[in-house]
Design a protein around this ligand. Structure first.
Ligand SMILES: Cc1cc2nc3c(=O)[nH]c(=O)nc-3n(C[C@H](O)[C@H](O)[C@H](O)COP(=O)(O)OP(=O)(O)OC[C@H]3O[C@@H](n4cnc5c(N)ncnc54)[C@H](O)[C@@H]3O)c2cc1C
Length: 350
């Protein structure tokens, strides 16, 4: 192996990104942060961008607005080959007009081939605005991204018809840049490699005459614990129709509270009126990837399994030993969930 390459792998040599070249190039991730932390979808996008980049023979560029060097360094640890840091005080808090101006100028100069945004409030607002400015289009809320390598086009899976179906849509080769928003939780997080090193380039932004049309008047601290969105939850306790009634469902809520987890459910639980649709897990609902998923009285239909296939550890409680969920669970308890859950609560001292 070439010694320079080995030194680069060992972190002794910085990755040198060649920016020379004609036309549209490289895969760009628009980083999003909440205060001084990167939001999880940013890391998930870096992971996916790395895979696309290795197929295309491209670099992964990240752009960070506000947030400072420490966060830019995190982007490198998680997979960026170079970070463009626009650290202007006007960009410390998200605001549409300054963010759109800073990114628009940068992308006009750098001509990215592909740009990934999170399908978040920020990405959902910024991406269409930039697409218009750059004369391109954006495909939104993508849950799958692959490449037609010959055409160098992105092939995107997007939920359609309220999530009942998925559409697979490809960009035309003449579309540049190819812009997408990526659904949080759709991809795994990359390994944080502290030995990676790369360049952080400070970008001067020209925000002369750019004014935000809204102003944050006050930030109110949340006194009560906010529920964690399902796609970020580390522990999920999920109810199915097999919980029988509201009393049975209340046991699931108690178990979730005792474990510090979130409550979710199957379509069966939605139909019974125990949970709202946004708490439904599966093809027509959320895709989750918790460390622990406890399925209580859920049959494990394929549409439900679709949403939990990346869960790290699945425990299923079902009284039917032939229930499909037991085939995919790491631990299966064949018993009445209304008896098992109180026993677990007792064991937890809750
Ligand atoms: C296009 C489409 C999209 C869909 N999207 C989704 C989706 O996103 N998410 C989703 O979940 N479904 C979805 N579905 C529906 C899916 O096919 C199933 O109908 C649904 O998941 C069943 O919910 P369930 O497992 O709660 O109920 P059931 O199928 O009724 O299963 C109940 C289970 O509980 C067990 N049980 C009963 N009593 C007890 C007890 N006392 N203790 C322990 N176990 C007990 C039973 O053995 C059974 O396995 C979709 C369907 C379609 C057609």
């Amino acid at each position: 192996m070439d010694l320079d390459y080995l030194q680069m792998l060992m972190g002794e040599e910085e990755i040198v990104v060649e920016e020379e070249g004609e036309g549209y190039r490289n895969i760009w991730v628009v980083a999003e942060r909440a205060g001084d932390e990167l939001v999880p979808v940013t890391l998930e996008m870096l992971n996916q961008a790395r895979q696309l980049a290795s197929t295309l023979g491209a670099y992964v560029m990240a752009v960070l607005l506000g947030g400072g060097e420490a966060l830019a360094q995190e982007l490198i640890y998680y997979g960026a080959d170079k970070v463009f840091l626009c650290d202007d005080p006007a960009l410390e808090e998200y605001a549409l007009e300054p963010y759109a101006k800073a990114l628009g100028d940068l992308f006009t100069e750098k001509m990215p081939e592909i740009v990934l945004f999170g399908a978040t409030d920020m990405g959902g607002e910024l991406a269409p605005r930039l697409a218009r400015r750059l004369g391109t289009i954006v495909l939104t809320n993508c849950t799958g991204l692959t490449l037609d390598a010959a055409q160098r086009t992105l092939v995107c899976t997007m939920p359609a018809y309220g999530g009942e179906y998925s559409e697979v849509v490809a960009f035309s080769p003449e579309v540049h840049p190819q812009m997408v928003t990526v659904r949080p939780g759709a991809f795994g997080r990359p390994y944080r490699d502290e030995y990676r090193s790369a360049e952080i380039e400070a970008v001067a932004v020209d925000l002369d005459g750019v004014q935000s049309r809204v102003k944050v008047l006050n930030v109110v601290a949340q006194v009560e614990r906010e529920p964690v969105p399902l796609d970020r939850a580390r522990i999920i306790v999920s109810a199915g129709r097999g919980m029988g009634d509201a009393e049975g469902f209340a046991l699931v809520e108690k178990l979730a509270a005792a474990l510090g987890g979130e409550v979710a459910g199957s379509r069966g639980a939605v139909d019974e009126g125990w949970i709202d649709e946004e708490k439904q897990v599966g093809m027509g609902g959320a895709t989750v990837r918790p460390d622990l998923y406890i399925a209580c009285g859920i049959s494990g239909a394929i549409q439900h399994y679709f949403g939990i296939q990346d869960a790290k550890f699945v425990v299923a409680i079902n009284r039917d030993e032939k229930a499909p969920i037991l085939k995919v669970a790491d631990v299966g308890i064949v018993a009445d969930a209304k008896e098992v859950i109180p026993a677990i609560l007792e064991a937890l001292g809750a």
